[in-house]
Write a protein that binds this ligand. Structure first.
Ligand code: GRG
Length: 306
């Protein structure tokens, strides 16, 4: 074999840092294009929407969406609107979650929360604006042979709706100060966190016209990675500082929230997160080692410190 042939065959080493840097830059640029400019009337709402959207989130859901598309042989450009739509829903949920009537938090993504800067009324509207914007962006994505716009809209609507994201938040609010069993905690995590991560990877797959088997694999992957993500989030809440997290640390304890560390302790929680990540990895078997970015992201989500 010629030297050129050998070089061409050498597997490329996957570097997650540069992958996340590039995907974040692409997502930020696309979000900037999709959203009304801050000066667009009424400028208060557009400024407030942009304030939380560009406050420095880790952009993990968009990265998962793009990585899922790539695992199915799709192009990043096609997946971008779907990645941005999911990030808008996620950011809306954070803005509303931080409100005094919900988690009442002053600090998010390393900055004062939306209502602290713009007041409660505008913060509620900024959240509403982001949620609505998400669907406007989603339908600007291209439908594929197997997945019509209707299917894609339904995917995001179900994940964000009263049976999933909102259901998780309701159960979370109602569980405060109560001794809830692990099964109820898992119900909360499945909806409050896992549903949107699962939706991100499914939409990525759909943008790439993935097969039924690939969609099933991505669903399982998203489900387990989403559960692991929340267990780690609960661990970080008690082990990291506010500065490290960019949001108020120790909040779960103050609000008497049920968490894995509170119910089973830190060591067992870490074991559970690792077990869930292992299941996420196993879900990727149908990709025969071609879902490198998804594998690297799952590992990163387990080992993250913020
Ligand atoms: C309908 C009024 C109304 C409110 C809904 C659904 C909802 C409010 C809130 C969702 C609850 C929530 C915040 C779930 C937790 C998910 C989670 C761990 C978020 C943090 O995600 P990261 O770490 O955040 O990816 P960044 O800031 O990096 O994007």
């Amino acid at each position: 074999m010629s030297v050129a042939g050998k070089i061409a065959k050498k597997p490329q080493k996957f570097v997650l840092d540069s992958y996340l840097r590039e995907s974040t830059a692409a997502v930020n640029a696309a979000l900037d294009r999709f959203l009304p400019k801050a000066k667009t009337k009424p400028s208060t709402i557009h400024t407030a929407m942009r304030y939380s959207l560009f406050a420095g989130g880790k952009r993990l859901r968009p990265a998962l969406c793009l990585a899922a598309a790539e695992a199915c042989g799709g192009k990043r450009k096609e997946a971008l609107p779907f990645a941005c739509a999911v990030e808008c829903v996620h950011t809306y949920s954070l803005v509303h979650d931080d409100l005094p009537a919900m988690d009442n938090d002053d600090f998010r993504r390393g900055k004062p929360t939306n209502h602290k800067v713009y007041g409660e009324g505008i913060a509620i509207l900024a959240g509403d604006g982001l949620l609505t914007q998400a669907f406007e962006i989603l339908v600007q994505g291209t439908a594929t042979k197997r997945y019509a716009h209707q299917t894609m809209v339904l995917e995001l609507a179900e994940a964000s709706g009263s049976l999933q994201l909102i259901a998780g938040q309701v159960a979370d609010l109602e569980g405060e100060g109560k001794n809830i069993p692990l099964s109820e905690l898992q119900y909360i995590h499945e909806r409050k966190t896992s549903a949107l991560l699962r939706c991100a990877v499914r939409l990525g797959g759909m943008s790439a016209n993935c097969s039924d088997a690939q969609l099933k694999a991505l669903s399982n992957f998203g489900y387990y990675v989403g559960l692991a993500f929340q267990v780690i989030d609960d661990i970080l809440d008690v082990t990291q500082t506010t500065e490290q997290l960019g949001k108020t640390a120790g909040k779960d304890l103050t609000a008497q929230k049920a968490t894995y560390p509170a119910i089973v302790g830190l060591d067992k929680s870490r074991e559970i997160a690792a077990g869930l990540t292992k299941k996420a990895f196993k879900s990727l078997e149908p990709f025969n080692g071609k879902a490198v970015a998804l594998e690297a992201l799952a590992k990163y989500l387990l080992e993250r410190d913020r």
